[in-house]
Design a protein around this ligand. Structure first.
Ligand code: F6P
Length: 325
Protein backbone atom coordinates (compact mmCIF):
# COMPACT_ATOMS: atom_id res chain seq x y z
CA UNK A 1 0.00 0.00 0.00
CA UNK A 2 1.20 3.47 -0.86
CA UNK A 3 2.54 5.69 1.92
CA UNK A 4 1.43 9.25 2.54
CA UNK A 5 4.75 10.66 1.36
CA UNK A 6 4.59 9.13 -2.10
CA UNK A 7 0.97 10.23 -2.60
CA UNK A 8 1.83 13.80 -1.58
CA UNK A 9 4.77 13.76 -4.01
CA UNK A 10 2.54 12.35 -6.76
CA UNK A 11 0.07 15.17 -6.09
CA UNK A 12 2.89 17.68 -6.62
CA UNK A 13 3.05 19.01 -3.05
CA UNK A 14 6.24 21.06 -2.45
CA UNK A 15 8.82 19.49 -0.13
CA UNK A 16 8.34 22.05 2.63
CA UNK A 17 4.59 21.43 2.69
CA UNK A 18 5.17 17.67 2.85
CA UNK A 19 7.53 18.16 5.79
CA UNK A 20 4.99 20.40 7.52
CA UNK A 21 2.20 17.85 7.03
CA UNK A 22 4.42 15.08 8.40
CA UNK A 23 5.23 17.22 11.43
CA UNK A 24 1.55 17.95 12.05
CA UNK A 25 0.71 14.27 11.73
CA UNK A 26 3.43 13.33 14.21
CA UNK A 27 1.45 15.44 16.69
CA UNK A 28 -1.79 13.71 15.67
CA UNK A 29 -0.22 10.30 16.26
CA UNK A 30 0.65 11.39 19.77
CA UNK A 31 -2.93 12.60 20.28
CA UNK A 32 -4.19 9.26 18.97
CA UNK A 33 -2.08 7.49 21.60
CA UNK A 34 -3.20 9.81 24.44
CA UNK A 35 -6.85 9.46 23.45
CA UNK A 36 -6.58 5.67 23.37
CA UNK A 37 -5.23 5.62 26.94
CA UNK A 38 -8.47 7.23 28.16
CA UNK A 39 -9.35 6.67 31.79
CA UNK A 40 -6.12 4.71 32.39
CA UNK A 41 -4.11 7.93 32.01
CA UNK A 42 -6.64 10.12 33.83
CA UNK A 43 -7.16 12.25 30.72
CA UNK A 44 -10.97 12.13 30.61
CA UNK A 45 -13.23 14.83 32.02
CA UNK A 46 -13.27 18.61 31.99
CA UNK A 47 -10.87 21.28 33.12
CA UNK A 48 -12.14 24.22 35.16
CA UNK A 49 -11.55 26.59 32.23
CA UNK A 50 -13.52 27.75 29.19
CA UNK A 51 -12.12 28.59 25.75
CA UNK A 52 -12.65 32.00 24.14
CA UNK A 53 -15.94 30.75 22.69
CA UNK A 54 -17.39 30.02 26.13
CA UNK A 55 -17.10 26.22 25.81
CA UNK A 56 -15.88 24.19 28.78
CA UNK A 57 -12.52 22.69 27.85
CA UNK A 58 -12.03 18.98 28.23
CA UNK A 59 -8.65 17.83 29.52
CA UNK A 60 -8.02 16.21 26.14
CA UNK A 61 -8.81 19.52 24.35
CA UNK A 62 -6.02 21.18 26.30
CA UNK A 63 -3.58 18.27 25.92
CA UNK A 64 -4.20 17.97 22.15
CA UNK A 65 -3.85 21.70 21.65
CA UNK A 66 -0.55 21.73 23.53
CA UNK A 67 0.80 18.76 21.54
CA UNK A 68 0.04 20.41 18.19
CA UNK A 69 1.33 23.79 19.31
CA UNK A 70 4.63 22.36 20.58
CA UNK A 71 5.09 20.21 17.48
CA UNK A 72 4.41 22.99 14.99
CA UNK A 73 5.95 25.95 16.81
CA UNK A 74 9.46 24.49 16.75
CA UNK A 75 9.25 23.07 13.23
CA UNK A 76 10.45 26.19 11.40
CA UNK A 77 7.74 25.78 8.73
CA UNK A 78 4.96 27.70 10.48
CA UNK A 79 4.68 31.46 10.96
CA UNK A 80 1.53 31.39 13.09
CA UNK A 81 -1.21 29.11 14.35
CA UNK A 82 -4.89 29.69 15.01
CA UNK A 83 -6.67 27.14 17.15
CA UNK A 84 -10.15 26.67 18.52
CA UNK A 85 -8.58 26.52 21.97
CA UNK A 86 -6.58 29.78 21.69
CA UNK A 87 -8.06 33.27 22.14
CA UNK A 88 -5.88 34.74 19.41
CA UNK A 89 -3.14 33.59 17.05
CA UNK A 90 -0.03 31.84 18.38
CA UNK A 91 3.10 33.39 16.84
CA UNK A 92 5.68 30.83 15.69
CA UNK A 93 8.77 31.21 13.46
CA UNK A 94 9.06 34.67 11.76
CA UNK A 95 10.64 32.85 8.77
CA UNK A 96 7.90 30.21 8.54
CA UNK A 97 6.10 30.06 5.22
CA UNK A 98 2.76 28.62 6.36
CA UNK A 99 -0.27 29.37 8.53
CA UNK A 100 -1.98 26.44 10.22
CA UNK A 101 -5.51 26.52 11.68
CA UNK A 102 -6.85 23.61 13.68
CA UNK A 103 -9.51 22.25 15.95
CA UNK A 104 -7.24 20.00 18.04
CA UNK A 105 -10.02 17.72 19.24
CA UNK A 106 -13.35 18.04 17.47
CA UNK A 107 -16.33 16.45 19.23
CA UNK A 108 -14.42 16.29 22.51
CA UNK A 109 -17.62 15.69 24.54
CA UNK A 110 -17.52 12.23 22.93
CA UNK A 111 -14.36 11.41 24.92
CA UNK A 112 -16.58 10.61 27.92
CA UNK A 113 -18.38 7.87 25.96
CA UNK A 114 -15.44 6.50 23.96
CA UNK A 115 -17.01 7.65 20.72
CA UNK A 116 -15.64 9.34 17.57
CA UNK A 117 -13.41 12.40 17.87
CA UNK A 118 -10.75 13.91 15.63
CA UNK A 119 -8.36 16.71 14.71
CA UNK A 120 -9.32 19.03 11.83
CA UNK A 121 -6.74 21.27 10.13
CA UNK A 122 -6.14 23.63 7.25
CA UNK A 123 -2.91 25.08 5.86
CA UNK A 124 -2.40 28.30 3.88
CA UNK A 125 0.62 30.33 2.76
CA UNK A 126 1.82 32.95 5.22
CA UNK A 127 2.10 36.33 3.51
CA UNK A 128 5.66 37.74 3.53
CA UNK A 129 4.48 41.02 5.06
CA UNK A 130 2.80 39.55 8.11
CA UNK A 131 4.15 39.71 11.65
CA UNK A 132 3.73 36.30 13.35
CA UNK A 133 1.28 37.74 15.91
CA UNK A 134 -0.95 39.39 13.31
CA UNK A 135 -4.38 37.66 13.09
CA UNK A 136 -5.35 39.52 9.91
CA UNK A 137 -3.22 37.17 7.77
CA UNK A 138 -5.64 34.36 8.66
CA UNK A 139 -8.54 36.29 7.17
CA UNK A 140 -8.28 34.69 3.74
CA UNK A 141 -11.10 32.82 2.00
CA UNK A 142 -10.90 29.02 1.99
CA UNK A 143 -9.99 29.07 -1.70
CA UNK A 144 -6.47 30.03 -0.52
CA UNK A 145 -5.92 26.77 1.41
CA UNK A 146 -3.02 24.67 0.13
CA UNK A 147 -3.95 21.59 2.18
CA UNK A 148 -6.65 20.47 4.58
CA UNK A 149 -7.72 17.35 6.36
CA UNK A 150 -8.75 15.56 9.49
CA UNK A 151 -7.48 12.70 11.59
CA UNK A 152 -10.29 10.56 12.96
CA UNK A 153 -9.58 8.74 16.22
CA UNK A 154 -11.99 5.82 15.84
CA UNK A 155 -11.61 2.04 15.86
CA UNK A 156 -8.85 2.82 13.33
CA UNK A 157 -7.01 6.12 13.22
CA UNK A 158 -7.69 7.50 9.75
CA UNK A 159 -6.48 10.56 7.87
CA UNK A 160 -8.48 12.27 5.11
CA UNK A 161 -6.39 14.80 3.23
CA UNK A 162 -6.34 16.98 0.18
CA UNK A 163 -3.73 19.24 -1.36
CA UNK A 164 -6.14 20.18 -4.13
CA UNK A 165 -5.56 17.03 -6.23
CA UNK A 166 -8.38 14.85 -4.95
CA UNK A 167 -9.26 13.61 -1.49
CA UNK A 168 -7.42 10.55 -0.21
CA UNK A 169 -8.03 8.55 2.94
CA UNK A 170 -5.21 6.80 4.79
CA UNK A 171 -5.22 4.41 7.74
CA UNK A 172 -2.58 4.57 10.45
CA UNK A 173 -0.64 1.31 10.62
CA UNK A 174 0.24 1.32 14.29
CA UNK A 175 2.83 -1.44 13.82
CA UNK A 176 5.24 0.95 12.08
CA UNK A 177 3.53 4.30 12.67
CA UNK A 178 2.88 5.21 9.01
CA UNK A 179 -0.31 6.40 7.28
CA UNK A 180 -1.05 4.02 4.37
CA UNK A 181 -3.29 4.95 1.46
CA UNK A 182 -6.39 2.78 1.87
CA UNK A 183 -9.00 4.86 -0.01
CA UNK A 184 -7.44 6.73 -2.97
CA UNK A 185 -9.40 9.42 -4.79
CA UNK A 186 -12.56 9.21 -2.72
CA UNK A 187 -15.71 10.13 -4.62
CA UNK A 188 -18.69 10.98 -2.43
CA UNK A 189 -21.71 9.11 -3.85
CA UNK A 190 -24.10 11.54 -5.60
CA UNK A 191 -27.44 10.00 -4.70
CA UNK A 192 -28.12 9.37 -1.03
CA UNK A 193 -30.73 8.45 1.55
CA UNK A 194 -29.03 9.71 4.73
CA UNK A 195 -29.01 13.07 6.43
CA UNK A 196 -27.40 14.47 9.56
CA UNK A 197 -28.74 17.42 11.54
CA UNK A 198 -29.38 18.09 15.22
CA UNK A 199 -33.20 18.11 15.10
CA UNK A 200 -33.43 19.32 18.70
CA UNK A 201 -32.70 22.79 17.24
CA UNK A 202 -35.56 22.55 14.77
CA UNK A 203 -37.59 25.41 16.25
CA UNK A 204 -34.63 27.78 15.69
CA UNK A 205 -34.10 27.00 12.00
CA UNK A 206 -35.07 29.26 9.12
CA UNK A 207 -37.92 28.32 6.79
CA UNK A 208 -35.91 26.74 3.91
CA UNK A 209 -34.26 24.17 6.18
CA UNK A 210 -37.56 23.56 8.03
CA UNK A 211 -39.21 22.68 4.73
CA UNK A 212 -36.30 20.66 3.37
CA UNK A 213 -36.05 18.49 6.51
CA UNK A 214 -39.85 18.12 6.70
CA UNK A 215 -39.78 16.72 3.15
CA UNK A 216 -36.98 14.29 4.04
CA UNK A 217 -38.96 13.11 7.06
CA UNK A 218 -42.11 12.65 4.96
CA UNK A 219 -40.25 9.77 3.24
CA UNK A 220 -41.96 7.73 0.54
CA UNK A 221 -45.25 9.53 1.06
CA UNK A 222 -43.66 12.98 0.66
CA UNK A 223 -42.34 14.92 -2.36
CA UNK A 224 -38.93 13.18 -2.22
CA UNK A 225 -40.71 9.80 -2.69
CA UNK A 226 -38.11 7.87 -0.71
CA UNK A 227 -37.40 6.98 2.91
CA UNK A 228 -34.38 8.68 4.49
CA UNK A 229 -32.30 7.67 7.48
CA UNK A 230 -30.98 10.13 10.06
CA UNK A 231 -27.54 9.87 11.72
CA UNK A 232 -25.85 12.20 14.24
CA UNK A 233 -22.44 11.49 15.78
CA UNK A 234 -22.24 14.94 17.47
CA UNK A 235 -18.68 15.24 16.18
CA UNK A 236 -18.42 16.88 12.77
CA UNK A 237 -15.37 14.80 11.99
CA UNK A 238 -17.35 11.56 12.44
CA UNK A 239 -20.36 12.77 10.47
CA UNK A 240 -18.26 14.11 7.60
CA UNK A 241 -16.24 10.89 7.46
CA UNK A 242 -19.46 8.91 7.03
CA UNK A 243 -20.70 11.29 4.32
CA UNK A 244 -17.37 11.10 2.46
CA UNK A 245 -17.45 7.29 2.58
CA UNK A 246 -21.08 6.56 1.75
CA UNK A 247 -22.77 9.83 0.83
CA UNK A 248 -25.43 11.96 2.49
CA UNK A 249 -25.81 15.51 3.70
CA UNK A 250 -24.54 17.08 6.93
CA UNK A 251 -26.16 20.29 8.12
CA UNK A 252 -25.54 22.79 10.88
CA UNK A 253 -27.70 25.60 9.50
CA UNK A 254 -28.25 29.22 10.45
CA UNK A 255 -29.85 29.44 13.85
CA UNK A 256 -32.15 32.31 14.87
CA UNK A 257 -31.18 32.13 18.57
CA UNK A 258 -28.21 34.46 18.36
CA UNK A 259 -27.67 36.57 15.21
CA UNK A 260 -24.04 37.21 16.24
CA UNK A 261 -23.45 33.45 15.84
CA UNK A 262 -24.79 32.61 12.39
CA UNK A 263 -24.30 28.88 12.88
CA UNK A 264 -22.30 26.78 15.33
CA UNK A 265 -19.31 25.65 13.30
CA UNK A 266 -16.17 27.69 12.88
CA UNK A 267 -15.06 28.70 9.38
CA UNK A 268 -11.28 28.49 9.61
CA UNK A 269 -10.77 25.13 11.28
CA UNK A 270 -14.07 23.28 10.79
CA UNK A 271 -16.14 24.42 7.79
CA UNK A 272 -13.33 25.34 5.37
CA UNK A 273 -11.19 22.20 5.69
CA UNK A 274 -14.28 19.96 5.44
CA UNK A 275 -15.52 21.97 2.44
CA UNK A 276 -12.16 21.54 0.68
CA UNK A 277 -12.18 17.76 1.30
CA UNK A 278 -15.80 17.43 0.18
CA UNK A 279 -15.37 19.49 -3.01
CA UNK A 280 -12.23 17.53 -3.91
CA UNK A 281 -14.32 14.35 -3.53
CA UNK A 282 -16.99 15.66 -5.92
CA UNK A 283 -19.37 16.97 -3.25
CA UNK A 284 -20.61 20.45 -2.38
CA UNK A 285 -20.26 22.73 0.63
CA UNK A 286 -22.43 25.83 1.02
CA UNK A 287 -23.76 28.17 3.69
CA UNK A 288 -27.18 28.47 2.03
CA UNK A 289 -26.04 31.86 0.73
CA UNK A 290 -22.96 30.77 -1.19
CA UNK A 291 -19.93 28.52 -1.37
CA UNK A 292 -18.26 28.07 2.05
CA UNK A 293 -14.75 28.35 0.58
CA UNK A 294 -15.55 31.82 -0.78
CA UNK A 295 -16.63 33.31 2.56
CA UNK A 296 -14.26 36.15 3.51
CA UNK A 297 -13.59 35.70 7.24
CA UNK A 298 -13.87 38.76 9.45
CA UNK A 299 -12.32 37.13 12.54
CA UNK A 300 -10.43 33.94 13.30
CA UNK A 301 -13.22 32.27 15.30
CA UNK A 302 -15.99 33.25 12.86
CA UNK A 303 -18.94 30.85 12.64
CA UNK A 304 -20.83 29.94 9.49
CA UNK A 305 -23.88 27.85 8.58
CA UNK A 306 -22.85 24.56 6.97
CA UNK A 307 -24.65 22.44 4.34
CA UNK A 308 -22.22 19.87 3.03
CA UNK A 309 -22.20 16.50 1.30
CA UNK A 310 -23.36 14.66 -1.82
CA UNK A 311 -23.71 16.99 -4.78
CA UNK A 312 -27.32 16.20 -5.69
CA UNK A 313 -28.57 16.33 -2.11
CA UNK A 314 -26.87 19.67 -1.33
CA UNK A 315 -28.21 21.07 -4.61
CA UNK A 316 -31.72 19.96 -3.66
CA UNK A 317 -31.34 21.54 -0.23
CA UNK A 318 -30.14 24.80 -1.83
CA UNK A 319 -33.17 24.83 -4.12
CA UNK A 320 -35.31 25.39 -0.98
CA UNK A 321 -33.22 28.48 -0.19
CA UNK A 322 -33.62 29.76 -3.75
CA UNK A 323 -37.41 29.20 -3.64
CA UNK A 324 -37.56 31.17 -0.38
CA UNK A 325 -35.59 33.99 -2.07
O1 F6P B 1 -17.54 21.91 17.86
C1 F6P B 1 -18.55 21.62 17.12
C2 F6P B 1 -19.27 20.29 17.27
O2 F6P B 1 -18.84 19.49 18.34
C3 F6P B 1 -19.19 19.49 15.97
O3 F6P B 1 -18.10 18.64 15.93
C4 F6P B 1 -20.51 18.78 15.96
O4 F6P B 1 -20.95 18.52 14.64
C5 F6P B 1 -21.43 19.72 16.67
O5 F6P B 1 -20.62 20.59 17.45
C6 F6P B 1 -22.39 19.02 17.59
O6 F6P B 1 -23.34 19.91 17.96
P1 F6P B 1 -24.56 19.57 18.94
O7 F6P B 1 -24.05 19.88 20.30
O8 F6P B 1 -25.64 20.47 18.51
O9 F6P B 1 -24.89 18.11 18.78
Amino acid sequence: MKRLNSQLQKDGAPLELILLIRTLLAGCKEISFRVSQGALAGVLGSTLSENVQGETQKKLDVISNQILKDTLRDSGYVKAISSEEEDTVVPCDPNGNYLVSFDPLDGSSNTEINSLIGTIFSIAHAPQWMEPDDPSAFLQPGTQMVAAGYVLYGPSTMLAMTTGRGTHIYTLDKTHGGFLLTHPNVQVPHGTAEFAINTSNQRHWEMPIQQYVADLLAGEEGPRKKDYNMRWVAAMVGDIHRVLCRGGIFMYPFDKRNPSKPGKLRLLYEANPMAFLMEQAGGLADTGQGRIMEVMPSEIHQRVPVLIGSKEEVETCLSYYRKAG
